[in-house]
Design a protein around this ligand. Structure first.
Ligand SMILES: Cc1cc2nc3c(=O)[nH]c(=O)nc-3n(C[C@H](O)[C@H](O)[C@H](O)COP(=O)(O)O)c2cc1C
Length: 349
């Protein structure tokens, strides 16, 4: 798939993930073969008013390109100024968030609340396109605000008619948040009403899921979100599958350990030891989520403070797994706990 002049080939996309898709995770995902990553969502108003904490979220080295920047807003003027400002950073794509379901966002009529009014959505896209000139603009949509109000065909059309170059479709409604099964069947319908590329999203956890979504729905590319948490390997596995016909399979323990340590160190470099270590904790749990001893890891990691302590924990934990020192756990139970843990970080607060 092409985004402007960038050809992703068969590579897939790492979703925008607030508090997760920082430079460390983007670098790792790119190394493992993600075709495009996103900076963390930023507020259009924050950019337009030069808020330092917003602007620093946008910074990225050239080596991270191709990269997209996602903005949150519902005011044509702020969106216009924000896109003008963002253009200086030369991203490959600027996306409007029309999917965030949390109350602190939707109460200001931003995120998924934008879906309620397709013609207003069109106006927002139009003002972004005007400011963007040759930089592609996309919208990240959900099916609608609730199961009784699915209007994805209207919102998709409104975005295309007003100049969007690409659509991301998360196949759930705002009311579903992240819980219910994704409804991929809508993707083929969206493809049939627009002619711009459509990227599918929702419950992609394995390379097989990527392949299935592409084949079943005809979308142009796939956006991987929770399936990439602790699992940047998914990108390499899918790419190898396309290139050689064989999925190399789950990474072994030594690779998981090496990538978890690398991630930890990149976060410490990016944010400094204290903040970096705290940010790394959830990632480390995600890396080890399907291996024995996850209960022990969850119970011990949150009290640790230093890079050395966490490094030691990762090393000793991996050694105990290797030596079979943990009792076997039931994978389903671990997976449920993983999902709960992700939800925990998405809670409204
Ligand atoms: C931790 C986390 C943070 C997220 N942050 C954003 C965000 O900033 N912008 C956005 O459009 N979607 C965000 N999402 C939604 C994902 O991009 C994606 O649409 C959603 O998780 C559905 O895909 P999945 O079922 O494959 O996880 C976030 C999801 C998670 C789990």
């Amino acid at each position: 798939m092409k985004i402007g002049s960038v050809d992703l080939g068969h590579k897939q996309i790492l979703a925008p993930l607030a508090e997760v898709s920082d430079s460390a995770f983007r670098k790792i995902s790119k190394e493992f073969g993600a075709g495009l990553t996103f900076t963390q969502m930023v507020s259009a108003k924050g950019i337009a008013t030069n808020n330092f904490n917003t602007l620093r979220l946008l910074a990225y080295p050239k080596s991270e390109k191709p990269i997209g920047i996602q903005i949150l807003g519902n005011d044509e003027k702020y969106l216009y100024s924000a896109v003008k400002e963002i253009k200086q950073y030369k991203p490959d794509l600027i996306d409007l968030n029309c999917g965030c379901p949390v109350n602190k966002v939707t109460k200001y009529k931003m995120g998924a609340a934008i879906l309620e009014n397709p013609s207003n959505l069109g106006l927002l896209i139009k003002s972004m396109v005007k400011a963007a000139e040759d930089t592609p603009i996309s919208a990240k949509l959900r099916l609608g605000v609730s199961s009784g109000k699915i209007n994805i065909l209207e919102t998709a059309k409104a975005a295309e008619d007003n100049g969007a170059s690409l659509l991301f479709v998360h196949t759930r409604t705002k009311a579903d948040r992240y819980y219910d099964d994704a409804q991929w069947e809508w993707l083929a319908k969206v493809k049939s009403v627009v002619s711009i590329p459509v990227v599918g999203n929702g419950s992609i956890f394995t390379p097989k899921d990527i392949d299935k979504m592409l084949r079943q729905t005809g979308v142009d590319s796939v956006l991987v979100a929770r399936g990439a948490l602790g699992n940047p390997f998914i990108f390499n596995r899918y790419n190898r599958f396309v290139e050689t016909g064989t999925d190399p399979g789950e990474p072994d323990l030594s690779e998981i350990k090496a990538v978890a340590l690398k991630h930890l160190n990149l976060l410490a470099q990016e944010f400094g030891e204290s903040i970096g270590v705290n940010k790394a904790k959830k990632h480390i749990i995600w890396y080890f989520k399907f291996l024995n001893g996850i209960e022990y890891l969850l119970g011990s990691i949150f009290t640790l403070r230093t890079l050395n302590e966490i490094t030691e924990l990762i090393n000793s934990h991996a050694e105990k797994i290797e030596n079979g020192e943990y009792e076997d756990e039931i994978p389903g139970k671990i997976f449920d706990r993983f999902k709960e843990r992700v939800q925990f970080w998405l809670d409204d607060n």
